[in-house]
Design a protein around this ligand. Structure first.
Ligand code: ARG
Length: 259
């Protein structure tokens, strides 16, 4: 995770961001701290990336890259507004002994924001941020099957805004965020998909962190979804992340899984 010391809305690169809807620094710090505390309480050991002035979206560490064992596949951001984060995270991971893999400049890739495992298959969301062609590179580096799925609604511009693996066989998803072919791929790959409504999706319910049987979700999960998950044996923890929703992010965007 990365403390929101320099977090602000400095540009608009997704439909949620409005320069006129600024963040409240103190509130962002409190919400982030609450998320950090909760994850620690649930038994996660959280490593921190040092915040750097001028890179406000660095807090969304899910976009830094993808960790696979001792390898870190560094992101290539689509927008220049975020490209300055690349050397920052690269230095961080090199200093910690990771083998850092970079992709060719033309291969846009926004890390775990667009790349999520379901069992031993990696799903890669593409169109708004990552490129479809990146899936071949990833598959070669990871030596795993990588399935590209196309995103069609710009409000759900990263895969982790509309898809969340819960286990090797189940996942939360918002079907309307995918094209027909992408929906088929997910239905074929995930044995028990749980569809969430537009309302839940717009509240970023798919942007959930899974810690064992615990689900850390942004506040505002609908009753039917809460019941459905509770019936499945999941323990739900809702966190107010309103300051981060202003940038088009929530719980899952604020973390990068290291192991
Ligand atoms: N403002 C950031 C962007 O548009 C938000 C990133 C959210 N991260 C995520 N993994 N969905 O790039």
């Amino acid at each position: 995770m990365c403390r929101p010391t320099h977090y602000t809305i400095a540009y608009e690169i997704n439909p949620w961001m409005r320069l006129t809807r600024q963040t409240v620094q103190r509130r962002a710090a409190q919400q982030w701290a609450q998320l950090h505390r909760l994850l620690t309480r649930l038994g996660s050991s959280v490593r921190l990336l040092r915040p750097v002035a001028g890179w406000p979206d660095l807090v969304f560490t899910a976009n830094a890259g993808l960790v696979a064992g001792g390898t870190f596949i560094r992101s290539n951001f689509r927008y220049p507004e975020r490209q300055g984060e690349e050397p920052v995270v690269e230095r961080h991971f090199r200093a910690r002994g990771y083998r850092v893999v970079t992709l060719p400049r033309g291969c846009n890739f926004e890390g775990e924001g667009d790349a999520l495992w379901i069992g031993s298959t990696l799903l890669l969301g593409f169109r708004f941020r990552s490129d479809a062609a990146t899936h071949e590179r990833l598959s070669r580096v990871l030596e795993r099957e990588v399935l590209p799925v196309e995103l069609v609604d710009k409000r759900f511009y990263h895969l982790d805004t509309c898809f969340c693996p819960l286990s090797t066989t189940s996942a939360l998803w918002h079907p309307k965020a995918f094209d027909r072919y992408g929906r088929k791929v997910i239905e074929r790959t995930v044995a028990e998909p749980i569809a969430v409504t537009g309302l839940d999706a717009r509240r970023f319910c798919c942007n959930t962190i899974v810690v064992g049987r615990h689900l850390v979700m942004p506040r505002g999960v609908s009753r039917p979804l809460r019941h459905r998950l509770a019936d499945g044996g999941w323990v739900i923890h809702e966190v107010d992340l309103s300051e981060f929703l202003k940038a088009g992010g929530a719980a899952k965007c604020l973390v990068l899984r290291l192991a």
